[in-house]
Design a protein around this ligand. Sequence first.
Ligand code: PMP
Length: 357
Amino acid sequence: MKKWEEHVRRVVPYTPGEQPNRPGMIKLNTNENPYPPSPEVQKALEGLKADSFRLYPDPSASELITALAEYYGKDRERFFVGVGSDDVIAMAFQTFFNSEKPILFPDISYSFYSVWAELFGIPYRRPALDQEFRLVKEDYFAENGGIIFPNPNAPTGIYMELDGVEEILARNPDSVVIVDEAYVDFAGPSAMELVDRYENLMVVQTFSKSRSMAGMRIGFAYAQPALIRYLNDVKYSFNSYTMNLPSLKLGAAALKDRSYFQETVGKIVNTRERVKKELSALGFSFPDSRANFIFASHESCPARELFEALKEQNIYVRYFSSPGIDNYLRITVGTDEEMDALLEFLNRYLNGKKERE
Ligand code: PMP
């Protein structure tokens, strides 16, 4: 080891899903939205002038914050925006998880949480999910230095009803509880409605999935103003200009078009429910996903084999080799046509395999 390397911070980074760019590929591996963003976004993009990039963007992200406040009918002081929800959550870890006690999050969950905890030196404990991959809420009644969980959970897709979320909140008045709602628009009511009653609750959402804007990197937090102020203090101690000008403008434009949003989310939910039936008929089982992906395991064919076979067909899904989930594929819900191509291939492959045996 070189002398200077002794002082290097060593971390095991998060591994994002592959972003291949192959002609004709069907990309169902990173939970992106198969539909384009609202036409309002295209219009706003065409209105942008390169000259506007000479200046720094508004550090308070006022245009986007105002659009969020209007969209949700809430005060501006309750919103915080960041470079995707990853940025918002990382900032929240630094701001709120500053105790000697371990923070809690499920052992099968968004794998970035442990990476941030390691990076920032935050102690953590990961209670196991139950046999059906459900979060056991009683595990979160123990002493802790903070709590975070996705709802719906990832990569299982299971959604916890708000009375369960509220029970966790009611038992944890002394720590900050973050509900990561990356997929909530495909699922059910948001914990945003609990914020009035719980000053220690922070809800995080993203434009990457339901609003088709993963490439713009927009995420936001919603909480009572005191939490948002603490979060802003840390943000301004790190980088005042996290949000670039196009993201501020195009994010605000996306929020103008409520009906397009509802229509595309509705289409994805319908496709998801149809694909669930067809996957069952092919011998797959899966938790009842309420997100824009299905976490599926086949009764006889190993997930890794299917993952490789699909890739050969230019169909990308996500495979995690971690214990407990290494026989599952996480399949993003694409368009009906994309899902038909996937199902058609799986049908052919699995039947061919039966004949070969
Ligand atoms: N939370 C969960 C549960 C996710 O699956 C993702 C997507 N990788 C994120 C947060 C981050 O999404 P983004 O940074 O694109 O908003």
